[in-house]
Design a protein around this ligand. Sequence first.
Ligand SMILES: C[S@@+](CC[C@H](N)C(=O)[O-])C[C@H]1O[C@@H](n2cnc3c(N)ncnc32)[C@H](O)[C@@H]1O
Length: 432
Amino acid sequence: MPPYTANSEVRPVSPVPVTVVGIGADGWPGLAPTSREALRAAEVIIGGPRQLDLLPTDCPAERVAWPSPLRPAVPGLLSEHAGRRVCVLASGDPMFYGIGRTLAEILGADRLRVLPHPSSVSYACARLGWPLHDTDVISLVGRPLGALSAALHDGRRLLVLSAGEDTPAEVAGLLRERGYGPSRMTVLEHLGGNRERHLTDTAHDWHHPPGAPLNVIAVDCRRDPSALRIPLTPGLPDEAFEHDGQLTKRHVRAATLAALAPAPGELLWDVGGGSGSIGIEWMRAHPSCRAVTVERDPVRAGRIARNADALGVPALRVVTGAAPAALAGLPAPDAVFIGGGLTAPGLLEACWDGLRPGGRLVANTVTLESEALLTDWYRRHGGDLTRLAVAHAVPVGGFTGWRQAMPVTQWSVAKPTDGQEGPGRDGPWRRA
Ligand SMILES: C[S@@+](CC[C@H](N)C(=O)[O-])C[C@H]1O[C@@H](n2cnc3c(N)ncnc32)[C@H](O)[C@@H]1O
């Protein structure tokens, strides 16, 4: 086996214990010589039964099938075979939604040798003539269908990793429901194998029976002109949300998201969720953004979950209960939004205490009582106190006049990190 290191300039060259070999539907004949050599030299080959069946008889290694569920079994299996030359078989590119990620987490990248095969999305792009770098990839393997909604934009191309043979019909149903019935879908089955098959139709006309469980769905998104356009930036149209009036309206919402300033991987507490719009727009900022919304009214909590699903962020966590009690035990957030319950005793204190140092807190109110509270906290902690007064032009008889919405007072502040002291008037970006 050739020696391998993750970075040969700074680490000594040494053989590594586990080699991960990507294999496609074309099996052994499709493997690169390096991958074949690694498999022939292995003492143990671990893989799914389907992948193990692709190996020829002249691979003398002991063959071990992954148990199900896989993840909890991995550390035990690896230690059981420690010290032997172990190869793990993975489908396609092991580092793309594959076992490679789990192995890297457990073993560390420098104890792993990865020999990739083209992934299903590389094959799909090759068949369709689509540039992979200009195609959005969404996995529905072990993930809710609703996640696809966030990726729907007119003219955009998507590749959807299917959970099984029923996924194409489910995707077609979702596309129709979201006003994307005219989209062209191509289901690509057994990519790279001798049973490869492609099936194309619009989502609107998709009535095909289930095909192969191994498939990728290519979607050329086309929005029905009558369907609501859902853009990328915060401040979605109010009609995008199901609501009972408890909704931070579009212009104030856009200003609120700007103050909350989401970044990849960050966690938000949306306290007093209402219709869920703030947590939802936070999560739409990046697929890795996470949010917990706390809403005391169970009917509204149900509505928040529906809005999250419809707008492509079904992973939004909805806690039904009254803050501050309902905040207990939640993971520390990077940002907190308070849209309701400001005058509940101890609520602002609990949000402030829970926020990680350097995190942002933004609170909106339309009442004088809450405004007095925010003014007091502003005096003590600094930040920005802002008044947002939005007016819309409406018909007045045969003329046009301004209809003023209730002005919203917004306090936004960054919690000092260790070593920062006292009130200041800097905005969240300078102090975070
Ligand atoms: C003005 S709405 C928030 C609107 C929300 N940001 C949106 O855009 O949908 C205030 C919400 O806070 C909820 N609420 C008030 N006090 C609360 C508390 N102590 N804990 C949790 N929710 C509370 C109310 O039920 C209401 O749904």
